[in-house]
Each structure stands twice: as C-alpha cells, then as structure tokens.
Design a protein around this ligand. Structure first.
Ligand code: SAH
Length: 229
C-alpha cells in the first residue's frame, strides 16, 4: 500500500519536475548558445528563456529540443536553430509597440518568441496543415497576439501593412517586392536570400527616407521559400 502511494506521489510530481528540467535546459541554451555568441538584447534573451521550445517540436524529438541545431517538424520543414531565432529577433530591434510580419510560421516558435516582445505578430504559412497545427498550438499556449494565416507569404499581408519589421524564415531567390512595400519607413526586414539547398546570405533590409539599404549579415541554410505551382 505504502509503495503504491509512493508511486502515485512520484507520478504526480513528475510533470512539474520535468518542467523544471526544461527551464534549466532553456537557461543553459541561452547562456551557452546565445549569449556566448554575442546576442545581448534583454527582451530577446528573456523571451528565449520563457518560450517552451520543447512544446514546438514533434514528441519523438523532445529530448533534443534545446540542442544547438534546427530540428525536423514534418512536411520537409524545420524549426530553426535557437541561435538563428535569437539573431533574427535581435536584429529587427523589436519594441513593445511593434507590428511584425513573419513569413513561414512552421512550428510557431519564432512567432512565440516575438509575441512576448512586440504588440502584434502576423504570420503566414504556405503548408496548410503546418499552419493549422501552429495556430492550435499557439492558441492552446495562450499566445493571444499571434495571428496565423495560410497562404503564400510572397504577397505579404496587405490588410495589416505597413509593418515595423518583417522576419522571413525561408530562403528566397530574391527579396519579394511586396514585402519591401509593406515595410514601414525606418522599418527592418531580415531575410535569407539565395538558392535552395545551398548556403544563403541572411540579409538585413532597411527602409530609410523611402530608400532601401541591404546588408549581408552571415551565411545560413534555410529551407526554400516555396511558390504555389
Ligand atoms: N519560423 C519557423 C521556421 C519554419 S521553416 C519556426 O519557428 O518553426 C520555414 C517555413 O516557411 C516552412 O514551414 C515553410 O512551409 C514556410 N514557407 C516556405 N515558403 C513559404 C511561402 N511562400 N509563404 C509562407 N510560408 C512559406
């Protein structure tokens, strides 16, 4: 009887122990993968410490959720490496009053990281099932200021434009002109540009006095930006 009670007690305790473990893994991830590589924006770091990345990966990969790498999320797509998510978040200089557009919702993780920092996040996903999954996940986790839509992100989200910042998480052959026009004056867009399945350049696009300035930030490897057939 006592043994049975003990087992019930341990089972009852285990979920909270697990969450504590994940929280410890997150702190370690931020310290070793993010801060050590030079990310210092306090709002970006605090959001990465909070968002439960293990709830954004498939169940069988949960043990790897805080590893220093991207992970498959089905349909040939990936959740980006934590450092890349941190980099793309910091580089847009997110602020509490910002309206941000994301192209490529995927798991919803990047959107969740932005959600805690900015006012509204609009995110577009071209694969319906992935978009629906991410929408359900974000609703369940109570990310109320993230709005997910299915469709081709090439055209942006005209009804909600202009945006203070745009984050594109799939590699495009060129910067889609509609995204440039939906960027606010003084806005920033971060986008991987280059051929699919090769190394691409992460480009920072800034709009100042109506002019566009682009800078190559670093070589990266993203899944391709798809276009409808
Ligand atoms: N931000 C995601 C990373 C997803 S990988 C995360 O945090 O998990 C890139 C995603 O972009 C994939 O889900 C892919 O289906 C999507 N994608 C590719 N081309 C797209 C397009 N034209 N419009 C919208 N989404 C696109």
């Amino acid at each position: 009887m006592r043994l049975l009670l003990l087992i019930v007690f341990v089972l009852w305790l285990s979920p909270s122990l697990q969450e504590k473990d994940f929280s410890r893994l997150r702190d370690k991830m931020v310290k070793e993968q993010i801060v050590r590589r030079g990310i210092s924006d306090p709002s970006t770091l605090s959001s990465l410490r909070k968002v439960q990345r293990h709830l954004f990966v498939p169940d069988d990969l949960i043990d790897y959720s805080y590893d220093d790498r991207p992970l498959p999320i089905g349909f040939g797509q990936t959740i980006s490496q934590p450092y890349i998510v941190a980099y793309m978040t910091e580089i847009i200089k997110p602020r509490p009053d910002y309206i941000v557009l994301e192209i490529g919702t995927g798991s919803g993780y990047q959107a969740a990281v932005l959600s805690g920092i900015v006012k509204e996040v609009y995110s577009i996903e071209i694969i319906d099932s992935l978009g629906n999954q991410a929408k359900n996940r974000l609703d369940k986790l109570n990310y109320k200021n993230v709005h997910v839509r299915s469709g081709d992100g090439y055209h942006g989200w005209k009804e909600k434009a202009p945006f203070d910042a745009i984050v594109v998480t799939a590699a495009a052959e060129h910067i889609p002109p509609p995204l440039i026009s939906q960027l606010k004056e003084n806005g920033r867009m971060i986008i991987p540009v280059g051929s699919p399945f090769m190394t691409q350049q992460l480009m920072l696009v800034e709009k100042r006095k109506g002019r566009i300035r682009t800078s190559s930030m670093m070589p990266v490897q993203f899944v391709p930006f798809k276009r409808p057939q």
